[in-house]
Ligand binder design. Structure first.
Ligand code: NI
Ligand code: MN
Length: 237
């Protein structure tokens, strides 16, 4: 693949940094302090422009509050989580909902469905966190990355595939809380991405799935499209 200065950095679990070719930096589900990651954002950039959050669970909201403040980043998430973060003191927030697209800096962020839950854990309380989502991020050169968030199988996969044609798919494979290797391999057969980045596995015992279990279930055409990233790895595309 021809390299045009786009980079994806993995921080473990579902946390990624996308660096676009015009140096716009987008963090997704920034649980940087997860137990399998030692890498720091500052090793890769000193600017974060956007933070996308797929749902309200702690392992996805992660370190949003401290990172958004430290980098003066704009948080893009569902309406309910955006309101929650406003009450927690953030001001650069864009709340949206499933089906919508937010355009800024020649990028676009499209919110698609996920089948999961989205409760926010706030101290001793559990707060309704709207619907869980995935994001299709379209970079300024048209390149598309689809981060599925936490999800099981989706009835809308064929529509997402046809409408958005994602180039890179970030897909949960760990099972238990999300789809596992079998469902993930089926999802790949529908989306047909050029690059497959597995996520949401190995972070803790209940999702201790081996990458090989997933690759084994992929049809031959897709096996060599898997790019396994370890926390702290980056991938240029
Ligand atoms: Ni979750
Ligand atoms: Mn999760």
């Amino acid at each position: 693949m021809q390299e045009v200065g786009r980079t994806l950095v993995y921080f473990g679990h579902s946390a990624f940094l996308i660096k676009s070719s015009s140096n716009v930096n987008i963090l997704i589900d920034p649980w940087i302090s997860n137990p399998i990651n030692k890498a720091k954002i500052e090793e890769f950039t000193n600017r974060v422009h956007y933070i996308l959050i797929t749902h309200g669970h702690d392992d996805h909201v992660g370190d949003t509050l401290s990172i958004a403040k430290a980098f003066d980043a704009e948080v893009i998430t569902n309406h309910e989580i955006a309101n929650f973060l406003h009450f927690k003191g953030l001001n650069k927030l864009t709340g949206m909902n499933t089906g919508g697209t937010y355009r800024k800096d020649n990028l676009s962020f499209t919110m698609v469905e996920a089948t999961h839950s989205s409760t926010i854990h706030d101290g001793e309380r559990m707060i309704p966190g709207g619907n869980p989502v995935g994001f299709v991020v379209t970079l300024e050169d048209g390149y598309k990355l689809y981060h599925m968030g936490d999800t099981g199988l989706l009835g809308s996969l064929p529509m997402i595939a046809e409408l958005y044609k994602p180039d890179i798919l970030m897909i949960p494979i760990g099972g238990h809380y999300t789809m596992g290797p079998q469902e993930a391999a089926y999802t790949v057969s529908i989306i047909k991405p050029k690059v497959i980045i597995p996520m949401h596995y190995k972070t803790f015992p209940l999702i201790d799935v081996n990458l090989e279990e997933f690759i084994e279930k992929l049809s031959p055409a897709f096996k060599d499209r898997v790019i396994p990233l370890k926390p702290g790895d980056s991938y240029s595309f």
